[in-house]
Design a protein around this ligand. Structure first.
Ligand code: G6P
Ligand code: ZN
Length: 543
C-alpha cells in the first residue's frame, strides 16, 4: 500500500461544458481518462491538499468505481478528509449543502444530470468550490488546460473502501467518512419550510405523487416527504436509485416524465405532482390537470416568498438565465426587486448569491433554487410548492391562474433539435449572427424587432465577461425568440429554440401554448432556416 505515480498521456476534449465533463461511460472507462481529469482538479486547486473534499454522485453506472478511484487519488494528493455519501450517493444540491455545512474546500459530483445512464449511457464529473457551487469558468478552464499537458497522476494503491456502510475509514493518511446522504440536507430543509403546516396538509387527505425517476432524489423524497412530513407510503414512486435509472430518461419534463403527467391528468389525480432528474437538482411541478412551466414556477415563488418560513423576511432580488421567460421580471418590477439576467448555467448565479444580491434564481431548464445552497435544488423546489399549497389552501391551478391575472401570462415553450450535425448547427448560428445588425426595427409578421443581439454578460461582482451566450430576438411587445446551442449534450449538437409571448389580457390566458406561439415558431424557422439547415422537419423534444 503506497503512493504511486502513474505515467499518462493527455486526452483531447476534456473541456467541461455547461455543467462539468460529460461523456459516454465507455469514454470514462478508458484507462487513465477519469484519472487525468481528477489529477487536473488536484493540480489546479492546491488547497485540497490538507483540506476536506466532499464526494458523491447520482448513483448512475460507473459511480461506485469512480468513487474508489477518486478516493485513492485524493489520498495520494494529500487530502486529509473525504466525506462520501453512503453507496457513493449524494444529490448535487446535497453535495453543495455538505460542502457549506462542513467547511470543505470543495466537492466532486459524479453525474451526467438528466442524461440517460447505464453501460451505454453517459457519465460525468464536476468540481464544486468552497461556496458549494460549480467551479467558475476560470477554474474549469484551468482544469481543462491542465488536462492538455498532463503526463502523470498520483494514486494510493489500496483495497477498496466499504462505501456501503456508514462509518470512518482510513486510506493512507486520509480519513474517509461515509455519511448518510440525506440527514444534513433534511435538516436544512426543515429550517426553511414549515413542516407542521405541510404535515397538516397531508393529514387532511391531500395527495401527492413524487416521481424520482429511479434517480438520486428517491432517498431524499422518501425520507422527507413520506417520513418527516407523513405523506402516505407510495407517495414517492421510482424512489430507489438504479444504475441505469430503470432504463428511463431521468429528465423531469412533460416528455420524459410522461407517466407522471398521465397520473396528474387522470380522473382520480392527486393534488400535486413533482419529478426530479438524475442528480435531483431539477424539478417539475404540476397540479391536477395543470402543468407549471419552470419560468412560471420561479415567478410564483418570487411573488409568494413572504408566505414561506425561510423567506418571510423578504428576498433581496431574483435572477433568471437569459432564455428563461420574463415572468419573474414582472414580479420583480411590481415588488421593486432587483432582477438579473445571466447566461445559461447555474454557476452564473453563484456570485450574485454570495454577494447577497439575489435570493431566488431559476432557469427554464427545470431548475430553481435559492441562497440556501449554490446549486439548483429539485427537492427544495417541491417543498417550497408544498409549503405554498399548505399555507394558502389553494390548488396549483388556482395559484398560477391568479398569478397570471395579476402579472399577465408569459406563454413559453422550448423546441429542441437533438443530435444535429455539429457543422450544420454552427453554420445556423453563424447565419443568425450575420443577420443581427439588420434585424432591428424590422417587421416579422405581426411583430417588430426591438432588439437583436448575441447575449453577453458582464458579471456585476467580479467584472468577468461571458460572450456568445445565445442569440435573442426581442419584439417590441416583449415577445422573444432565443437560439442557443446546448452545452450539455454528448452527441453532435443540440439546437435549442426558446419561444415566449406575453399576454396581459386574461381572456387570452386559456389558449394552448403552441397555438399562442404559432407565429413565433414560423418566424424562428425563417430566421434560422432550421428545417433546411438541420434537415429536420420537427423538433425532437418540445417542452
Ligand atoms: C444544466 C445546468 C443548467 C443549465 C442546463 C441546460 O442542468 O446545470 O444550469 O441550464 O444544464 O444547459 P444546456 O446548455 O444544455 O441548455
Ligand atoms: Zn441535474
Amino acid at each position: 500500500m503506497s503512493v504511486s505515480t502513474v505515467t499518462t498521456t493527455a486526452f483531447a476534449g476534456q473541456r467541461p461544458g455547461t455543467s462539468g465533463l460529460r461523456k459516454k461511460v465507455t469514454v470514462f472507462q478508458q484507462p487513465h481518462y477519469l484519472e487525468n481529469f481528477v489529477q487536473a482538479i488536484f493540480d489546479v486547486v492546491p488547497e485540497l491538499k490538507g483540506g476536506t473534499l466532499v464526494l458523491g454522485g447520482d448513483g448512475r453506472y460507473h459511480n461506485r468505481a469512480a468513487v474508489q478511484t477518486i478516493l485513492q487519488m485524493a489520498a495520494a494528493n494529500g487530502v486529509v478528509r473525504v466525506l462520501v455519501g453512503q453507496g457513493g450517493l449524494l444529490s448535487t444540491p446535497a453535495v453543495s449543502c455538505v460542502i457549506r455545512k462542513h467547511g470543505a474546500v470543495g466537492g466532486i459530483v459524479l453525474s451526467a444530470s438528466h442524461n440517460p445512464g447505464g453501460p451505454d449511457g453517459d457519465f460525468g464529473i464536476k468540481y464544486n468550490v468552497t461556496n458549494g457551487g460549480p467551479a467558475p469558468e476560470k477554474i474549469t478552464e484551468a482544469i481543462y488546460e491542465r488536462t492538455t499537458t498532463i503526463t502523470e497522476y498520483k494514486t494510493y494503491q489500496a483495497e477498496a473502501i466499504d462505501i456501503e456502510s456508514l462509518g470512518e475509514y482510513t486510506l493512507g493518511g486520509m480519513q474517509v467518512i461515509v455519511i448518510d446522504p440525506v440527514s444534513d440536507y433534511a435538516e436544512l430543509m426543515e429550517s426553511l419550510f414549515d413542516f407542521d403546516k405541510i404535515r397538516a396538509w397531508f393529514a387532511s387527505g391531500k395527495r401527492m405523487r413524487f416521481d424520482s425517476m429511479c434517480a438520486a432524489s428517491g432517498p431524499y423524497a422518501t425520507r422527507i416527504i413520506e417520513g418527516l412530513l407523513g405523506a402516505p407510503k407510495g407517495t414517492v414512486v421510482n424512489g430507489i436509485p438504479l444504475e441505469d435509472f430503470g432504463g428511463l430518461h431521468p429528465d423531469p419534463n412533460p416528455v420524459y416524465a410522461d407517466d407522471l403527467v398521465a397520473h396528474l391528468m387522470a380522473t382520480d389525480a392527486p393534488d400535486f405532482g413533482a419529478a426530479s432528474d438524475g442528480d435531483a437538482d431539477r424539478n417539475m411541478v404540476l397540479g391536477r390537470n395543470f402543468l407549471v412551466t419552470p419560468s412560471d414556477s420561479l415567478a410564483v415563488m418570487a411573488a409568494n416568498a413572504q408566505l414561506i418560513k425561510g423567506y418571510a423576511g423578504g428576498i433581496a432580488g431574483v435572477a433568471r438565465s437569459m432564455p428563461t421567460s420574463c415572468a419573474v421580471d414582472a414580479v420583480a418590477k411590481k415588488l421593486g426587486l432587483p432582477c438579473f439576467e445571466t447566461p445559461t448555467g447555474w454557476k452564473f448565479f453563484g456570485n450574485l448569491l454570495d454577494a447577497g444580491k439575489v435570493t431566488l434564481c431559476g432557469e427554464e431548464s427545470y431548475g430553481t433554487g435559492s441562497g440556501h445552497v449554490r446549486e439548483k435544488d429539485g427537492v427544495w423546489a417541491v417543498l417550497f410548492w408544498l409549503n405554498l399549497l399548505a399555507v394558502t389552501g389553494k390548488s396549483v391551478e388556482e395559484i398560477v391562474t391568479a398569478h397570471w391575472q395579476e402579472y399577465g401570462r408569459h406563454f413559453y415553450s422550448r423546441h429542441d433539435y437533438e443530435a444535429v450535425d455539429t457543422d450544420a448547427a454552427n453554420g445556423l448560428m453563424t447565419h443568425l449572427r450575420s443577420q443581427l445588425a439588420s434585424l432591428k426595427e424590422q417587421k416579422l409578421g405581426a411583430f417588430t424587432v426591438a432588439l437583436a443581439d448575441d447575449f453577453a454578460y458582464d458579471d456585476p461582482i467580479d467584472g468577468s465577461r461571458s460572450e456568445k451566450q445565445g442569440i435573442r430576438v426581442v419584439m417590441t411587445d416583449g415577445s422573444r425568440v432565443v437560439f442557443r446551442l446546448s452545452g450539455t449534450g454528448t452527441e453532435g449538437a443540440t439546437l435549442r429554440v426558446y419561444l415566449e409571448k406575453y399576454a396581459a389580457d386574461a381572456a387570452q390566458h386559456g389558449v394552448a401554448t403552441q397555438t399562442a406561439l404559432a407565429e413565433l415558431i414560423v418566424i424562428a424557422d425563417q430566421l434560422a432556416e432550421i428545417k433546411t439547415r438541420t434537415g429536420r422537419d420537427a423538433a425532437t423534444v418540445v417542452t
